[in-house]
Each structure stands twice: as C-alpha cells, then as structure tokens.
Design a protein around this ligand. Sequence first.
Ligand SMILES: Nc1nc2c(ncn2[C@@H]2O[C@H](COP(=O)(O)OP(=O)(O)OP(=O)(O)O)[C@@H](O)[C@H]2O)c(=O)[nH]1
Ligand SMILES: [Mg+2]
Length: 419
Amino acid sequence: MFLDKAVIICKAGNGGDGAVSFHRQKYVPKGGPDGGDGGNGGNVYIEADASMNTLINFSYTKRFIAGDGEKGDKNNKYGKSGKDIILKVPRGTIVRDYESGAIVADVYNEGERILLLKGGKGGRGNAKFATPTRRSPGFSELGEKTKERKLVLELKTIADVGLVGYPNVGKSTLLSVISAARPKIDNYPFTTLTPNLGVVRYHDDSFVVADIPGLIDGAAEGVGLGHEFLRHIERVRLIVHVVDVSGSEGRSPAEDYTAIRKELKKYSEKLAGLPEIVVANKCDLLADNENLKSLRNKCRKKVVEISAATTQGIDALIALMAEKLRELPPPGPIEFEPFSLEEKVAEEFIITEEGEGVFRVSGSMIENLARKVVLSDPESFRWFQKVLRDKGVIAALKEKGIKDGDTVRIQDIEFEYTA
Ligand SMILES: Nc1nc2c(ncn2[C@@H]2O[C@H](COP(=O)(O)OP(=O)(O)OP(=O)(O)O)[C@@H](O)[C@H]2O)c(=O)[nH]1
Ligand SMILES: [Mg+2]
C-alpha cells in the first residue's frame, strides 16, 4: 500500500521536576540541600530509512509522544531522561508545520537523523539553589512543559530521472528493460497507480529512474490521476518524455507531446524547465516515418527512437541519460528557510490594567517563568520576585502607577504587590 502524505501529532517529553530534599544523617540535625535535578524530556527525531518507500505506517498511528523526564530525588539523584521517539520515514520525506506550511526538515540522506522537537529541560533541584546566604532553599524548579505540534509528512521521491507521458505509452515497460525493477505492465491506461523506482547501471555509474502513473489532460489541475504523482518527479534532474509514436490509440504523437508539456507547465514552471529527452517508443509498430517527422517538428528536439518491446535503441538511450546526468548539477536536498518548531521565548512583556488596581503581566518569557516556579513556597516566590525585578517587570509596573496592595496577575496566578 502506498501513501505519500500524512498528518501526525508529535510531542517531546516534559522535563521532570527538580527535587526538594535535605541531607539526612544520624546525629546530624539538619543537613544541606540534596534535591537532584529532574530528567530532560525525550526528543522527537525523524530518520531516513532506505528500505521504506511509503508513509502508510502513519495512517495507523498518528500520535507520537516522547517520554517525560522523571523527577529528581534525594541524595542529589538526577531524574531519568524521557525516552526519545524516532520516526522512520522513506528518503525524500519533507516535514512541514501544519499551521504555517513552513518546511521544517527534508529527510534526504540515507540514515540521516534530524531533531524535530527537543524535550523539555528538567527542573533544577534545591541543591542548585543554595547560596552562602540561602543555605536551605525549600524550593526547586519545575520541569519545562512541551507542547503538541501538528506536522505534515510529504514524500517527494528521490530519483535522477522521471518518466512522463500519456497512459499506456510504455513507460513501465521501458523501466523494466533498463533496470531490475519489475513494475506491472499491461495494455490499458493507468496500469501504474503508484511510483516505481529502478536503478539503472551504466559502466561504473548508476542512477535512479522513477516511473509514475500516466498523465492525461487536466492532470495538473488534479483532474487526472497523474497530478497526485507529479510531486514524485519534482526532485528529478532530467525528464524522459515517452511518446507512443505508433499512434496505436488513435491519437497523434505530436499532439500528445504538446498536451503533456502543457500539464508539466501547469503543475510547475520548474518541472517544465528541466532538461528533457524525448523518446519515441513503439517504433517496432511504425509503418512509415510520418509520425516521427511530425513529432520532431513539434518538439524541435532530437527524438530518440526506441522499442521497449524489442529493446531496439535502449543502449543508446541509457548512454544518453547517463551523459546528460553527468553534465547536470548533483542532486541535493531542497533549499528552505530553516523553520524551528521550538516556541520562541520573547523577552518582551506587556502590562494591561484589568480593573481598578489590577495589573496583568503577559509575555512568553514571564509566563514560562511563572509555570516553573512553585508559588506556594515562600522562598520560591521570593526568587520569582527577584527575577521579576531583574527583568524590569517591577519597574514597568511602577511606571504604570502600581501601589502597595494592588493585584498583579500573571497567567493563572495572582499576588499582592508590596514595594
Ligand atoms: N509493440 C510495442 N508495445 C509496447 C512497447 N512498449 C510497451 N508496449 C506495450 O504497451 C502497453 C502499455 O505498456 P506499459 O509499460 O504498461 O505502459 P505505461 O506507459 O506504463 O502505462 P500506464 O502505467 O498505464 O501509464 C503494454 O501492453 C506493453 O506491452 C513497444 O515498444 N512496442
Ligand atoms: Mg505504467
């Protein structure tokens, strides 16, 4: 079964909370703080697996949640890190952010592993908060919480050459005679329903050819089957345009050529702009040269005459493909503006007056901080206030005219302001 697009939900693990603990020893009344740090949450990676050629697995399982980090413990014991998740996908899979459509990764190289979502950092244990003046901190940090992300996986097959043409012109037959691939071949349109790949060997060279379902009129607008599959030749470097020159189905080969060119252009200028070899197939059925002539006139290019059935002209075609590919720039992953799925933590904050003497502070940095601190703990709270002062929040509140006894709100917490 073939699937080349899937929407999934991923989440990195939360960080584990830091521990609050004090060293206990016989006859020692109160030891120093020894609460260990929480473990980091597990990461979500994506990895190219050369043995895969479909995203079908992602139609069964759609949620991928990495493990949470464990809490820290007494005796300075660190919490265990959460378990990572590695999503295995075929080479050529592109990952997009669902909301923005921005490209996050192109899983291009064999075995390549890319970090998609980083696990939350574990919170620091109380041992880390000890200072000469604060010998017994009674608080620790909470682990960082992570968010779910909706992602789109999109397979764009990696091949050097793409075979295009009308249905039933002999594309799959051609692939079967130039490579070890054994695609289904039959005498009716749309025998091929999903892309086939074959490796062609030529002396010490080898290259990959992709055979896709036939294109028909309107394919580029999604009318025909072909449109769905044009994405699998978006990454090729060379187009081999196969025409049934015998006109065995009553169409004119020259018009077939123009129609397919139109479809390619409608789909993408880039695709239509790729170097092209025009192949006249089924030459064994030709009674005269009329069709060949009109095809040549129409495409204004050299036309390579072959018969996939008798293998006439095949060796010359392989040599020509290899030669063209050698001249073309080497393949590589697509270029894109790096897009990070990590939440951007903006340092800015805004203060809004929600009522008489009630001030709300909002902004991702301040809100993250509020999530991390244990507000029920007086010491943790004092520490939080110190950070608010350091970050300029208190000064900004004063500027807004805050008075003793007024209320400050940050996310779902609320406290009374004292200068
Ligand atoms: N006489 C002759 N028949 C051929 C030649 N090449 C292919 N055929 C026949 O044409 C028919 C279609 O071949 P396919 O290779 O399935 O064509 P296709 O372009 O892959 O077709 P779709 O997958 O439907 O788009 C089959 O019956 C083949 O045997 C050729 O060179 N000469
Ligand atoms: Mg076919």
